[in-house]
Design a protein around this ligand. Structure first.
Ligand code: MN
Length: 512
């Protein structure tokens, strides 16, 4: 008896285990299946575009049919648990049944989300992009409708984002999708319209054109924008994260001596600075093309440059082109890469001017070659540069603000106007930091921090000034420790050994 009971118990255990395994298998198979996307609104809520009967048939019969047939076809061969998007992207590996049904499942899943009962219009970046590529939103709509009308038989019309980040209107036959690797020059679909008869026939009959033009009443532009941003703003979102870790001090800076050497070269050899500046400008324009705005494009008074990168507004990255500390960081990191690859390092320090120029040319060419790696949000160099620029900028702002405050005490609040921020054109080219009204005459001024000043032969030599170059402003204002402010007339100013040299008589105000 005992033995029999034991055997029964054992058998029960085995049966249970088998059932468990079967359940597990069923569950796993279920998990492998492509799921049904829920309809985010009721069948009747898009009446301005499509009737509820069509919606119900379209969703329950056609769409669910594609998903069912796809899952059946996938289960015949063991394809593992592929995501629908993966299948679409590698569709050439599958047979026609899978191509048609995966396409149907994917296209409709997208299509449901691209519609909304709420009347919407495109905004912001997306609208700007549409306008810049099609001329106007209306022109885009016209072209989209034209391509839709040209589609003969069943298919879809799409707005896609190409690999080169350009918008393109295209159409695909049957249930093909622009993401399929069998589609020539496709792209990432951000808007699509179903052109199958099953999508409109009950309501529109043979008037397909009317169906097409009524589509605009129900486009979910918020979703389209989400898809658009996902492809174009990845950098932005991630660089925002970078800003959050900026102050954790994980980045390596150059030593004081290294920085001082670069500052010296920068100021004594304008050609070096010029080569660097031009290359950095073109690199940034290229790498951050989605964030680049021409003069007046971002805002009426905004200069050209990179915007909305680490946060809203003008980015600190615009100051990279004249920042010697960052030049030093880039140079060190580039040299690390070069020596790892057994290539000769770039040697600037202690070289005669002509050699500095040729070495700088080599340097910027390496920067250009590696630009996408260097100016990537995951690169250590990039976060180092962003944190350096942010800090320099904060210090710069502080210096400028406290100097302006000292000037205001002297000349009156309303007579001192601070202008030009973050490497804007005025700051860079005109070099105007502020305007001072003296005896109802407006004088422009450039504000520069300095470390020390020496008097010799009726001249002042000003040491430790960041950017030494000729300025066209009426005044040069030097400030030390946010306390002392020296206002010089900017006349017969000379640059000697990378330092400003001014006649003694030019010092017109000494404030603190
Ligand atoms: Mn359909």
């Amino acid at each position: 008896m005992n033995k029999l009971e034991e055997r029964v118990h054992l058998l029960n255990e085995q049966i249970l285990l088998q059932e468990k395994n079967q359940d597990k298998l069923l569950f796993l198979n279920e998990m492998k299946k492509i799921g049904i996307e829920k309809l985010p609104y009721s069948y009747s809520s898009l009446k301005q575009f499509i009737d509820s009967e069509t919606m119900s048939y379209h969703y329950n019969k056609h769409y669910k049919g594609y998903v069912d047939k796809l899952n059946k076809a996938l289960s015949k061969k063991d394809y593992g648990d592929l995501e629908l998007e993966e299948i679409i992207k590698s569709i050439s590996k599958f047979n026609t049944t899978i191509r048609n049904n995966a396409g149907g499942a994917f296209n409709h899943a997208l299509f449901w989300k691209m519609l909304s009962p709420k009347k919407q219009t495109p905004k912001g970046e997306l609208l700007k992009k549409i306008k810049s590529e099609f001329g106007s939103f209306n022109e885009f709509k016209t072209q989209f409708e034209e391509v839709a009308k040209e589609r003969f038989g069943s298919g879809w019309v799409w707005l896609v984002l190409t690999k080169k980040n350009q918008l393109k209107i295209m159409s695909t036959p049957n249930q093909d999708n622009p993401l399929m690797n069998v589609i020539k020059s496709g792209g990432y679909p951000i808007l699509g319209l179903d052109l199958w008869e099953h999508a409109y026939y009950l309501k529109y009959k043979n008037k397909r054109d009317e169906y097409i033009s009524n589509f605009w009443r129900c486009v979910n532009w918020e979703f389209v924008d989400e898809l658009f941003s996902l492809r174009t703003k990845r950098k932005l979102n991630e660089s925002m994260k970078i800003k959050q870790v900026l102050n954790e001090g994980i980045s390596e800076r150059c030593s004081k001596e290294e920085n001082e050497s670069i500052r010296f070269i920068f100021n004594i050899n304008p050609k070096v600075k010029q080569i660097f500046r031009f290359k950095i400008d073109s690199i940034l324009k290229d790498v951050f093309k989605e964030h680049y705005y021409e003069k007046g494009e971002y805002g009426e008074n905004e200069s050209s440059g990179i915007y909305d990168l680490e946060s809203d507004g003008r980015s600190v990255i615009n100051k990279l082109n004249t920042n010697y500390t960052c030049f030093c960081i880039l140079l060190n990191d580039v040299n690390k890469v070069l020596s790892r690859e057994n290539l000769p390092k770039i040697n600037l320090i202690g070289q005669p001017p002509f050699a500095q120029i040729s070495e700088t040319r080599k340097f910027v060419n390496v920067l250009d070659k590696y630009k996408n790696r260097i100016f990537d949000v995951n690169s250590a160099t990039f976060s180092n540069i962003m944190s350096t620029l942010t800090k320099t900028n904060q210090i710069g702002d502080k210096t400028e603000n406290s100097t302006v405050n000292i000037l205001k005490k002297k000349f009156g609040d309303e007579n001192v106007i601070q202008i030009g921020k973050l490497g804007s054109t005025e700051d860079m080219v005109g070099g105007v930091d502020c305007e001072i009204v003296i005896d109802s005459e407006t004088k422009t001024a450039q504000i520069k921090p300095y470390s020390s000043i020496k008097k010799s032969d009726n001249k002042y030599v000003i040491y430790g000034t960041g950017q030494v170059k000729p300025y066209k402003t009426d005044f040069l204002i030097f400030t030390k420790g946010n306390k002392e402010v020296l206002v010089f007339k900017n006349e017969s100013t000379k640059i000697v050994n990378g330092n400003f040299v001014l006649p003694v008589d030019n010092l017109i105000y000494q404030l603190n």
